[in-house]
Design a protein around this ligand. Structure first.
Ligand SMILES: CNc1ncnc2c1ncn2[C@@H]1O[C@H](COP(=O)(O)O)[C@@H](O)[C@H]1O
Ligand SMILES: [Zn+2]
Length: 372
């Protein structure tokens, strides 16, 4: 290791300014919060707390188990007040790990029983961003917005604008693979309405064995036409027809890419599509029996643009610092290389040039401390 003084690798990975590009809001909730929420619902007789607590604390989950768990998470978290709370906590947790730029993704949800629309869900998320108090947040990209949403409080009336910069938070709106074309289109239109509230793109996620590509395609095409960047959960299962179709629309990034075969990798490399890599998630869900088999090393050697990410830091009990440590210790990267890897994610963000410039300055400042 060349720099960073006597700092041990764990501490160094934590100190390193990091950029998180693939984090699902509900997958990033603290276990302690989930347990507290489950206890509340248990006392109200809505769920059996003992069964739920056991599931929340379990380690190592298959991909189908993860999606069952998300249904439970959503039962616990999907009311306005709780959405606001978890958003606040998740941002504070990322900031505590020295994440300097967070692209947080979430699926806007309708829940008639709670009087929730996709728009009011997002308003609750935005309230959560504004409620962060352990760090300063750069979030609002512009002062006003035309939100065609029938909320009592228009989004452009929520609280005061920008605080002093510390962590940049931007949002991606996720389309869940269970959704209809109409619901997916609604999400894209909402993203467009919220561009002035930190929304920078669209994600496609959810259980990869559910849903047809043709269902999402009109919404993704619409996003493209509107100039909204897209990232896709691509190749989480070996569905090669869908992988081809996904690459055909040239997304700005892809996530996971676990089951891509050589021809598909050739296309990803040719198209220079950055890949969001979630090591712990891929191992925990059983895609790779050993981390040494992970394709990270191949992409890294090929100098293909990659970003280390957590996916679901709560669900998989990880942090972005831990993901960097894992990469360094497994693939033998030194501190200089890790620093450049972290910094290189700037180009893959969906942020505007001004933010990219600010992030570059953050890394320039940190370089003296961490690698010289
Ligand atoms: C394990 N790998 C994964 N693959 C695919 N989709 C995933 C995922 N992890 C999370 N999600 C998606 O994110 C939602 C939870 O956050 P939000 O409710 O949107 O905040 C899940 O319901 C799923 O649709
Ligand atoms: Zn994901």
């Amino acid at each position: 290791m060349e720099g960073g003084g006597d700092m041990g690798l764990v501490e160094w990975c934590r100190e390193l300014p990091k950029i998180e590009l693939h984090a699902h809001l509900n997958g990033s909730v603290r276990d302690s919060t989930l347990l507290e929420l489950a206890k509340d619902l248990g006392e109200k007789g809505v769920i059996a707390f003992a069964d739920v607590a056991h599931v929340i604390m379990k380690n190592g989950r298959s991909l189908p188990e993860c999606f069952k768990l998300f249904d439970l998470y959503h039962l616990l978290t999907t009311d306005h007040q709780t959405v606001t709370r978890i958003t606040k906590e998740v941002i504070e947790d990322f900031a505590a790990e020295n994440v300097v730029y967070l692209e947080l993704r979430t699926t806007p949800k309708k829940n008639e029983a709670k009087g929730m629309t996709k728009c009011s869900y997002m308003k609750a998320v935005i309230d959560g961003i504004r409620a962060v108090d352990t760090v300063d947040v750069d979030f609002v990209t512009s002062g006003t917005s035309n939100v065609n949403c029938s909320e009592a409080t228009p989004l452009n009336c929520i609280g005061s604008p920008i605080k002093r910069k510390k962590i940049y938070v931007r949002l991606l709106l996720s389309i869940d693979r269970r959704e209809t074309t109409a619901a997916a289109l609604e999400t894209v239109n909402l993203a467009m309405d919220l561009k002035n509230f930190g929304v920078v793109g669209i994600d496609l996620s959810g259980n990869p064995v559910i849903g047809e590509w043709q269902t999402f395609l009109p919404a993704l095409k619409h996003a493209k036409e509107l100039g909204l960047p897209i990232t896709l959960h691509c190749g989480e299962v070996p569905n090669h027809k869908e992988i081809q179709a996904m690459l055909d629309i040239c997304p700005q990034r892809i996530g996971h890419a676990c089951f891509l075969v050589e021809e598909e990798w050739k296309r990803v490399k040719f198209l220079k599509i950055p890949v969001e890599i979630c090591l712990t998630s891929n191992i925990r869900t059983g895609r790779f029996s050993s981390i040494y088999d992970h394709f990270f090393a191949d992409l890294y050697k090929a100098k293909h643009q990659v970003a280390l990410c957590t996916d679901d830091s709560g669900l998989f009990s990880t942090t972005l610092s831990n993901e960097f440590y894992l990469a360094a210790s497994t693939f033998g990267l030194n501190k200089d290389e890790m620093f450049l890897l972290a910094r290189s994610a700037i180009q893959s963000t969906f942020a505007d040039d001004e933010v990219k410039h600010e992030l570059t300055k953050i890394y320039d400042d940190a370089a003296n401390r961490l690698i010289i």
